[in-house]
Design a protein around this ligand. Sequence first.
Ligand code: 5AD
Ligand code: FES
Length: 351
Amino acid sequence: MTDSKRSLWLIEKLYNNRSLTLEEYECLVSERNDEAAELLRAYADRVRREIYGTDIFIRGLIEIGNVCKNDCLYCGIRKSNASCERYRLSDEEILHCAVEGYGLGFRTFVLQGGEDAYFTDDRLCSIISQIKERFPDCAVTLSLGERSRESYERLFRAGADRYLLRHETADREHYERLHPEGMSFDNRMKSLAVLKEIGFQVGCGFMVGSPFQTPLTLAKDLKFIEEFSPDMCGIGPFIPHRQTPFGEKAAGTVEETCYLLSIIRLIKPNILLPSTTALGTVNPVGREMGIKAGANVIMPNLSPVSVRKKYELYENKICTGEESAQCIECLKKRMEGIGYTVVCDRGDIKK
Ligand code: 5AD
Ligand code: FES
């Protein structure tokens, strides 16, 4: 079989079985071509429409702080970046973002931030329970990195519904090249398992085109997603940040990201899959392309405009000057423009 015939055959197999072997995933990733991408996109769109129609769920992202004790080599808010201007939102500011977001139609709030001891369990539990009390019809998602099992349990009991923790890469050696000594692949994977055990709806994810990534490491990511079966999966292109050790590395592409979004949709048809801000940063219509490739979630920023630019995981991030209301209007139009509809809904996974 020629390479391109083989990828078409693999796509049919994936569509029918929701699964490939590690070797087959590797082959599908390394033999990406326009014809395969188009077939994947068509299948991904079909299975997504069967479950979610043309609905696009929105999540209000509140970047609660950019102080971080970690030093991930790719990340702009790593502790060694002395030129990053640090901030923390107060409890009142966070609540205020949620109030504004509720008025704009958001029914999920995502509290995201670096790993920062300032955000103790007590503080977070108080914020979570205030949001849930005021807006019982909303889901609260946390994206605050690795914490202890006890901490995750307390946050869950306080009312948090979901937790996003990108696994970053399912290959141990690759993980160790992206992170400093002291950060542990095992602890990352353990944390994901613990979050699921506790009862959170869990999201994993990775960057596309991160340094040292190969078709094999990507195949391991896909196999991990197939086996772990997360409710959500966040993927977006790697974008170099000058003030990091990876400042000179190449960025990931929209094409490869969309290809992988389609594959992930076929592995798990009901998964919640965001078309990320990073995708919109590498291409002006990147988020639209992500949606067409099978994504069904967008996460506009609800953080106060005064801190937006400071939460700079990567450079040239979009929507850092827009008020939340402007952003949501813009996104609604963009989604309508390609035949999808932003809905006012918690956007839980359809089982
Ligand atoms: N480019 C793209 N994504 C990044 N992230 C961190 N740094 C970058 C970067 N330079 C992603 C990581 C992290 C998520 C919050 O943002 O995958 O888990
Ligand atoms: Fe933010 Fe368009 S989505 S300005």
